[in-house]
Design a protein around this ligand. Sequence first.
Ligand SMILES: [Zn+2]
Length: 89
Amino acid sequence: MSKECKNCGQSLNDDDKYCPTCGTPVYAKRLYRSKTDSRILGVCGGLGEYFKIDSNLIRVIAALIILATGVVPGLIIYFIAGLIIPEKE
Ligand SMILES: [Zn+2]
């Protein structure tokens, strides 16, 4: 996966914090909902991409949290997260 500098178009390494050519800060990693790794809203898939861990592990943790909160509050949090987190282009 390659990135480009928004300012000058220089191709960047994944771990570059600044463009080596013009010094523009590379955009921060953002949390998105995943369209490709999605069961309901893609929140768990997006979290998996963000943290670079298995999205199924996130789903298990999310399910446990939802059960631990008495289901309804956890589901509300999930759907609010789905509203707030933008979908990846
Ligand atoms: Zn640049």
